[in-house]
Design a protein around this ligand. Structure first.
Ligand SMILES: [Mn+2]
Length: 354
C-alpha cells in the first residue's frame, strides 16, 4: 500500500480531511518537490494545489493525485474544503505557524480544525519506516557520500584549510548528486572538540584529528556520514580515544535490530564510555533517522522510547570530545532489519593517518 492510501485509511472518526503544507511531507505523499503548495487529502481523494511555477511539471509527473493550479491559495483551499464537504480538517501542528493557524480559522469559519497531534504522529510513523524504493534512494545517496570520502583522502594534506577541505567535499557531492544534505563540517585539531563546529581558515597541522561530517541528497533522500582521520601519526592517547569511540559504535551496530528500544541503544554506548570515565565527553545523542529530512524520527538518544522496526534508517554516530583539545566522531548509516542491520556506509573505520 502506498503512503497516501495509508494516510486515507488511518483517518480517525473525528477527521474527514487533512491539509499538508510542510514541504517534505507534501513531497512524501506526492513524490513531487516544490517550495510552496498545499496537499489536501480526504478519505477518497487527494488534491495538490500548486502555483504556476510548478503546475505544468506536476501535471505530467504526479500520479494518483489531482493537481490544480491556484492564483489565490486561500480561495483554492476554500473551494476544495467546500466541494469535498470537509468539516473536520486535521493540520500538521508541528509545522503550521501560529499565524497560519489563525488565518485558517479566520478564512474558513465553518471548518473545525483538528490539532490533536494525530496527523503529526501518523506522518512521522509512516515516514520513519522506509519502502524498498526509499531505501534504494538512500543507498544511492550514501554511495556518493562514501565516494566523496575516498576523494577527499587524496586531497587532504597538511597546510590545507578546513574550509578548503569542506569546499572540496561539497564540490564532489554537487558533481555527483542533487545537493548536499547539510553544510559540511570539517573541524581539525582543537576545533575538533566542537561536534558541530564550522569550517574555518585554520590550516591542518601535524598531529591534528580532522573530523568530517557530510552527506548528499539523491532523488530527495539524504545521507549522512562522519569520519575522523589523523594528520601524520597519532599519539597513544589519540589512538586510545579513537578505538574507544570505534568500539562503542561497533557495540551499537551489533545490538541494533527490530524490537530494540531507541534509548536502550543510546544507553548501551553511554555505559560503555563510562567504563573509561567518559561521561560529559559524549554530549549528544547516538543517532537519528534519515530520509527526506536529514534529521527525523526515530532518534537514538536518551529520551526516545520508539521501538525500532524493520526498514527504519538511522545513523549511529558516537563521539568523544575533549574540551579545547580534540574530538572523534564516527558515523554510519544503517537500515534496521529483523535480526540486525544493513550498513549502507562502506568507508573504512580503521584510523586513517595521512
Ligand atoms: Mn548525523
Amino acid at each position: 500500500m502506498n503512503s497516501l492510501n495509508n494516510l486515507m485509511e488511518n483517518m480517525p472518526q473525528n477527521v474527514d480531511g487533512v491539509i499538508i503544507s510542510e514541504a517534505s511531507n507534501r513531497r512524501y505523499f506526492t513524490n513531487f518537490s516544490s517550495t510552496a503548495g498545499v496537499l489536501i487529502v480526504s478519505r477518497r481523494k487527494a488534491i495538490l494545489l500548486l502555483d504556476f511555477r510548478y503546475f505544468e511539471m506536476a501535471k505530467n509527473k504526479v500520479k494518483g493525485v489531482e493537481v490544480r493550479c491556484f492564483t489565490d491559495l486561500n480561495s483554492a483551499i476554500g473551494d476544495v474544503l467546500r466541494c469535498e464537504n470537509l468539516k473536520n480538517v486535521a493540520l500538521e501542528s508541528f509545522s503550521v505557524s501560529v499565524k497560519q493557524f489563525e488565518d485558517y480559522k479566520k478564512n474558513f469559519e465553518d471548518v473545525n480544525f483538528v490539532v490533536d497531534g494525530w496527523l503529526d504522529e501518523c506522518i512521522l510513523n509512516l515516514k520513519s519506516i522506509k519502502s524498498y524504493s526509499e531505501i534504494e534512494k538512500i543507498r544511492a545517496s550514501q554511495e556518493v557520500t562514501d565516494a566523496a570520502f575516498s576523494h577527499i583522502l587524496n586531497f587532504i594534506c597538511i597546510g590545507k584549510t578546513e574550509k578548503e577541505v569542506a569546499r572540496e567535499i561539497e564540490n564532489f557531492i554537487l558533481d555527483n548528486a542533487q545537493c548536499v544534505s547539510f553544510p559540511t563540517i570539517v573541524v581539525s585539531g582543537r576545533n575538533s572538540s566542537l561536534p558541530h563546529g564550522t569550517p574555518s581558515d585554520k590550516k591542518l597541522e601535524i598531529g591534528d584529528f580532522v573530523t568530517m561530517d557530510f552527506g548528499a541528497v539523491v532523488d530527495g533522500y539524504c545521507s549522512d556520514m562522519t569520519r575522523t582521520v589523523c594528520m601524520s601519526s597519532p599519539s597513544n592517547f589519540q589512538r586510545e580515544l579513537y578505538s574507544i569511540v570505534l568500539n562503542g559504535q561497533k557495540l551499537a551496530l551489533k545490538n541494533i535490530k527490530q524490537g530494540v528500544v531507541c534509548n536502550d541503544v543510546d544507553r548501551l554506548v553511554r555505559n560503555y564510555f563510562e567504563k573509561y570515565n567518559y561521561v560529559e565527553e559524549f554530549g549528544h545523542g547516538l543517532g537519528h533517522g534519515v530520509g527526506l529530512n536529514i534529521h527525523e524520527e526515530p532518534y537514538l538518544n536518551r529520551v526516545c522510547d520508539t521501538v525500532l522496526e524493520e526498514n527504519m534508517v538511522v545513523t549511529v554516530e558516537p563521539g568523544l570530545y575533549i574540551n579545547s583539545k580534540m574530538g572523534v566522531r564516527i558515523e554510519d548509516l544503517v537500515v534496521v532489519q529483523k535480526d540486525g542491520i544493513v550498513n549502507l556506509t562502506n568507508s573504512s573505520k580503521e584510523l586513517i593517518c595521512i
